[in-house]
Design a binder for this molecule. Structure first.
Ligand SMILES: [Zn+2]
Length: 415
């Protein structure tokens, strides 16, 4: 009798402790389960890549970067340099989707056309077996895993503000053209304002409290009413050529809500214009008005010096901040100071970095002690219904998928 009641207590604790998952530090992360939403920021040391698993199992890959030309200023490759980033990302996805009979990416979304977000197919990168494109970042992941719908900011013309002709973009476009013609890939331009472009593909009726809202792209931003948008970039013919928007400024941004939980991703948008640049180069401020507040968010532009302005930080008031690091300036000291500032918003907050660079540790005083985690894949696991969530850090030095830290549970703030 006594033995039976003890057994029951242990089971109840393990079940309630992490929404039905029996996750423990030192153990392999448990597989996704229906009703749960997961956001995996994958640590490769070579750019951004995030795998999202929605409550019904619909999958979304946000970026698959691969910087090839690296220096001491950059973080080491993770787990190591024996494989390309696209291979590591694919292998990570296969493991994270091991609950599925065959892993599929229902959606892939590319926030903007930079190497650390889409890959850098060079002449040294291997050709795909169809000879149509070279394998690097998204072209490698998309070569190895089926993608349903691809969303980017340029389809089909890839001509704003000027024709996209850089070699790595030409390679990406060759991949898209081939997949559309030969593999049934659907490609769409990301439409700001809409909340029906990324939807639950498997069982939407079971999760009416889920919403994916397109906030911005190409300087066009949702107003917060219906699907209405406005342009935050003046007509280009009224602007000197040197002030035209750069690629970062044109990044896609979006917001995900699941019940009381809200998440934000803004690619590499800017909030701190460079000296002498026009005020409209601050896109964080108009986006913050329709994005915030959020429970969790990834830092814009990796927390570089032109990002995360005071208005944006105080509007989002995130409890959990995620930094995707590949450089010694991710984040800069001023950005880190704003993130932790109780003048900008009250209450505690935890900041997680994929792989802090030694240079940042030396320059940004005390950063390692003040980060909730400095190394590892960052997995936000939202409980069924969205009322609470945890952050699991997973070892990125090997493919053990071993948990090194569990933070939370955090209570979601509500709509
Ligand atoms: Zn970037």
């Amino acid at each position: 009798m006594r033995r039976a009641s003890r057994f029951r207590i242990v089971i109840v604790m393990a079940t309630c402790g992490s929404f039905g998952f029996a996750d423990e530090v030192g153990q392999e992360i448990s597989p996704w389960m229906p009703g749960t939403m997961e956001i995996h920021q994958i640590s490769t040391g070579r750019g951004n890549s995030g795998l999202y698993i929605f409550p019904d199992g619909t999958t979304l890959l946000v970026d698959a970067g691969e910087m090839i030309r690296k220096t001491e200023r950059h973080t080491p490759d993770r787990p190591d340099g024996t494989r390309r980033a696209g291979e590591w990302i694919t292998r990570y996805i296969r493991h994270a989707l091991r609950h599925a009979p065959a892993p599929v990416l229902d959606y892939a979304l590319l926030t903007h056309f930079h190497e650390d977000h889409i890959g850098e197919g060079t002449q040294d990168s291997p050709l795909a077996s169809n000879d149509a494109y070279r394998l690097s970042g998204i072209t490698e992941v998309g070569d190895k895993l089926p993608i349903g719908t691809l969303l980017d900011r340029g389809w089909p013309e890839y001509s704003f503000p000027t024709p996209q002709t850089a070699g790595f973009i030409t390679n990406y476009r060759a991949f898209v053209t081939w997949k559309v013609a030969n593999a049934g890939l659907k490609t769409e331009a990301f439409r700001p304002g809409r909340n029906d472009q990324v939807t639950l593909r498997r069982n939407a009726k079971a999760y009416p409290e889920f919403e994916f809202r397109n906030l911005g792209a190409n300087g066009i931003i949702w107003t917060g009413t219906g699907t209405e948008t406005r342009s935050c970039i003046p007509p280009l013919d009224t602007q000197p050529r040197g002030d035209w928007p750069d690629e970062n400024l044109l990044s896609i941004s979006f917001r995900i809500r699941y019940g009381a939980f809200t998440y934000f991703n803004g690619g590499d948008i800017r909030g701190v214009p460079y000296s002498g640049a026009p005020g409209w180069h601050d896109l964080e401020t108009p986006i913050a008005k329709v994005a915030g507040p959020a429970d969790a968010a990834i830092l814009n532009h990796h927390g570089y010096l032109d990002s995360m302005n005071a208005t944006f930080v105080s509007a989002l008031q995130a409890r959990v901040w995620v930094i995707s690091v590949w450089d010694s300036a991710h984040p800069t000291g001023s950005v880190f100071q704003r993130l932790l500032s109780s003048r900008l918003y009250p209450g505690p907050r935890d900041v997680f970095a994929t792989d802090l660079h030694e240079g940042a540790r030396l320059v940004v005083g005390g950063i390692e002690k003040r980060l909730a985690s400095a190394h590892g894949h960052i997995v936000i696991r939202v409980a069924p219904g969205g009322k609470e969530y945890r952050v699991l850090i997973v070892d990125d030095s090997s493919e053990s998928h071993r948990i090194t830290k569990i933070s939370g549970p955090y209570a979601s703030k509500g709509k």
